[in-house]
Design a protein around this ligand. Structure first.
Ligand code: CMP
Length: 147
């Protein structure tokens, strides 16, 4: 069983489409085990995106992520990391196909609506940055056989 970290970026809250996007993960059958709205301070934004330090878009990216509230959550399931990456679509919005979240809701790569972990190691690291262990709620999925 894997867990992955998802963050809906500030524009999503401004556009009032948090529910619409979370609903796509739920309809797929993925299980939410943690969820919160929060503001990310600049130092935490830099730590989260450390692998992009030095790239041309890094400063704009970290200041955008800190510019307003985000909705952060953790999903759990078999192969959830890859499943979520497919649901959200490619990072470069020109390659994000219609039907994916970025394909449907994003027009520029900087404001590509959503971040999701790209590997097991990054999922563990990112969940650790944004959630304490007592904020993660383990629950039994009574519908698991139907999904
Ligand atoms: P995300 O999945 O949050 O991970 C890193 C982010 O950097 C990415 O989504 C985009 O928002 C942003 N990003 C990646 N490449 C570019 C780019 N070429 N120009 C602008 N922003 C980018």
């Amino acid at each position: 069983m894997e867990r992955t970290f998802i963050m809906l970026k500030p524009g999503v809250l401004h556009r009032r489409i948090v529910g619409e996007i979370i609903s796509r993960f739920e309809k797929k059958g993925l299980k939410i085990v943690a969820l919160k709205v929060m503001r990310i301070d600049p130092a935490t934004a830099e730590a989260h995106y450390a692998e992009h330090r030095g790239k041309a878009f890094y400063r704009d990216l970290t200041s955008y992520i800190s510019s307003g509230p985000v909705a952060a959550f953790v999903l759990e399931g078999e192969e959830v990391i890859n499943t979520v990456r497919r649901l959200i679509g490619k990072t470069d919005v020109k390659d994000a196909v219609p039907g994916s979240i970025r394909g449907d809701f994003a027009y520029t790569t900087m404001f590509n609506v959503v971040h999701a972990s790209d590997s097991l190691a990054n999922a563990e690291r990112e969940i650790g940055i944004f959630f304490r262990s007592d904020e993660i709620c383990e629950w039994e999925d009574g519908n698991a056989d139907w999904l």
